[in-house]
Design a protein around this ligand. Structure first.
Ligand code: PMP
Length: 406
């Protein structure tokens, strides 16, 4: 491998932490990723030397902050290969993007009886905003089912899509199953019927190359904190032709061209959707995180994380008490486990004492838990900075739990 794992780990100071006197084994990367030194330094330097409000100031600091904020927008554009920089809207994260999008799309395009097509493996943030929108506009939510491996049932998708469908809103990679959905295929099918597609890339942007022009998706959302950037920043990408037609989600400063008590003229893209003072440091930090990821290389990331997933999967398959939830052919580095007779919260607490950080619960995907008839899973999620030794530590700790409860 071109990249040296020890050198990579040194980029992430938190990985050297100890918990309860044991080395931290951080396997909760699907919840949030750790931050490289360069991102931490960027945030620190911004507040030390450049902090100022953007767009409105003529003074030097405001100009620097504005330039860096807008440069970060361009970095995001290039990373996902959007056609225009003003198709990139900064939000507070995937959830904020989804809520803005569902509200605005529904206002612009949805009427009673129209249908929104999602899947059974969506995160709550791609379910609840649509349910709220449906209440307002009278549209109906339809759900593509999944099979026992956690794969979309594509024949059912074809049956569900109809002239009533006005949007397909789909997760790219499932955060609790790891399934990588065939979005290129789905987008092509939807477009045949002139239906736009929204992609939740919260769990794919940090693992897979994404080219929105090649995919031809109409909208795409993700969070900065899952791609080694800060919390509180995210992206809503949309094709200009839609965003121009869609109304703003929030009103206030920066999103206007002129205001009188009688009438307000909205600003142009992307500012129309960026009301109020933005998370300036967050946006600049996200730009730096993306540069870091590009430097590590998505090919390297895919290889390293694929190896960790394969290794962990083989260890899990050796333990009779363990059932893997999510066995799709195409998977990202998420391993969700159901351990016979032991509640995930007990597992998580015991693992924690060994320094192993995993996530236990429904992972904001309650419909998936119901589909598999379980209350929760124990989820380990790997990043390129994890090691096989850390996977061994996870399984040593799991074996301990199984013995304890036997
Ligand atoms: N969608 C998916 C697939 C996710 O994994 C997450 C985060 N767990 C979200 C949406 C929501 O992201 P955020 O909490 O950063 O808004």
């Amino acid at each position: 491998m071109i990249n040296d794992i020890n050198k990579i780990r040194q980029d992430f100071p938190i990985l050297a932490e100890q918990v309860y006197g044991k080395p931290l084994v951080y396997l909760d990367n699907a919840a949030t990723t750790q931050k490289p030194q360069i991102v931490i330094d960027t945030l620190r330097d911004y507040y030390l030397h450049e902090n100022s409000n953007i767009h409105r100031g003529v003074h030097r600091l405001s100009q620097i902050a504005t330039d860096k904020y807008e440069a970060a927008r361009e970095t995001v554009r290039e990373f996902i290969n959007a056609k225009f920089t003003d198709e990139i809207i900064f939000t507070a994260g995937t959830t904020a993007s989804m809520n803005a999008f569902a509200y605005s799309f529904a206002k612009a395009y949805l009427k009673p009886g129209d249908e929104i097509l999602i899947s059974h493996m969506e995160h709550h943030s791609n379910i609840v905003p649509w349910q709220i929108a449906c209440k307002d506009c009278g549209a109906v939510l339809k759900v593509i089912p999944i099979d026992d491996n956690g794969e979309l049932m594509l024949d059912e998708f074809e049956k569900l899509i109809s002239p009533r469908t006005k949007i397909v809103s789909l997760v790219h990679v499932s955060n609790s199953l790891g399934t990588v959905n065939p979005i290129q295929h789905i987008i092509a099918k939807a477009h045949k019927q002139n239906i736009p597609v929204m992609i939740d890339a919260a769990q794919s942007i940090q693992h897979l190359p994404i080219d929105v022009q090649k995919l031809d998706c109409d909208f795409l959302v993700f969070s900065g904190h899952k791609i080694y950037g800060p919390t509180g920043i995210g992206i809503l990408y949309g094709k200009k032709k839609f965003l121009d037609e869609m109304p703003p989600y929030q009103g206030g400063g920066d999103m206007i061209l002129s205001v009188t008590f009688e009438e307000t003229k909205f600003n142009v893209l992307p500012y129309k959707f960026e009301a109020g003072t933005a998370n300036i440091a967050g946006a600049i930090g996200l730009g730096e995180a993306i540069k870091y990821v590009k430097n590590i290389g998505l090919d390297f990331i895919a290889t390293a994380e694929g190896e960790l997933l394969d290794y962990a999967t083989s260890l899990a398959n050796e333990i009779p008490e363990i059932r893997i939830i999510g066995t799709a052919k195409e998977k990202s580095s998420v391993l969700s486990l159901d351990v016979k007779g032991i509640h995930p919260h007990d597992i998580g607490s015991i693992l924690d004492r060994d320094g192993v950080a995993v996530r236990t619960g429904h992972h904001c995907t309650e419909p998936i838990m119901r589909r598999f008839n379980i209350p929760a899973t124990t989820r380990a999620s790997f990043s390129f900075y994890n090691t096989k030794a850390e996977v061994d530590a996870l399984f040593a700790s799991l074996q301990k739990v199984i013995k304890l409860f036997a």
